[in-house]
Design a binder for this molecule. Sequence first.
Ligand code: PLP
Length: 236
Amino acid sequence: MNDREQEIKYNIEQVQSRIREACLRSHRDPAEVTLIAVSKTKPVEDILYAAQAGMEYFGENKVQELTMKMDTISQPLHWNMIGHLQKNKVKYIVGRAELIHSVDSVDLAKKIQDEAAKKNVRANILIEVNVSGEESKFGISPEALLDTIKEIALFPNVCIRGLMTIAPFTQNPEDNRQYFKKLRNLAVDIKSKNIDNVSMSVLSMGMTGDYEVAVEEGATMVRVGTGIFGERNYVS
Ligand SMILES: *Cc1c(COP(=O)(O)O)cnc(C)c1O
C-alpha cells in the first residue's frame, strides 16, 4: 500500500468511527447512516483507493467530472450527484447517477421527468432545501417546500426519496444543529401528509465540518470530502 492509499484508508476509518460514536450518543443504528465520499477535484486513483478501503458511495458536484469518472471506473459504485444541476446537463446523468441530491425547482424536476421517461427509467431525487435562508444558497425555501413536493410528486418517472441541505460554513458545528433539526422536522411533516410517490427515507445533511452533529440530528447520508481526501485540488 502506498502512502496516499494508506492516508485515505486511515481517514475513512476515522470518519466511520466518528459516525458510529455519534450514532451511539443519539441511540441510532450506524447501519442507518451512509457515508458518501465526495471525490470532486480528486483523481480517479483516489476513488479506487477509497473503494479498496470499503467505500461504495461517491459524490460529485459537476456533471462532466461525474460522467468522466463513471466512464473511467469499471467497478460498480453508487454515484451521487450532489451539486447544483443545470437543466441542459440533465440528459447526461439520468439513468446513470443513482441519486440526484440537488433538485431545487419544479422546472428541473420536469426536465428529469422528461429524460427519465425517454430512457424508460425512474430517477431517484432529493429536494434541496435552503433551511438557513442564506441568499447565496440554492434550494427551496421551507415555506414553499410542501407545494413544490406536491407538484413534483405528480411526475411518474421521478421518485422523491427525501431532503438534502447544505448548512452554512462555520467554525463551530453546533451552530448548524438548528438547521439539521429543521430539515428533519420538515421531513417528518411531509411524511405525515402521505403523498403518493414521495418517501422521506433519506436525509442528506452534514459535511466534513459538521457531520457528527448531522448524524445526531438524524442524517441518513453524510457527504464528506475533505475529511477523507484532504484539501481539494482546485486549479485556477
Ligand atoms: C464539496 C461538497 C461536500 C463535501 O464538503 P467537505 O466540507 O469537503 O466535506 C458536501 N456536499 C456538497 C454539496 C459539496 O459540494
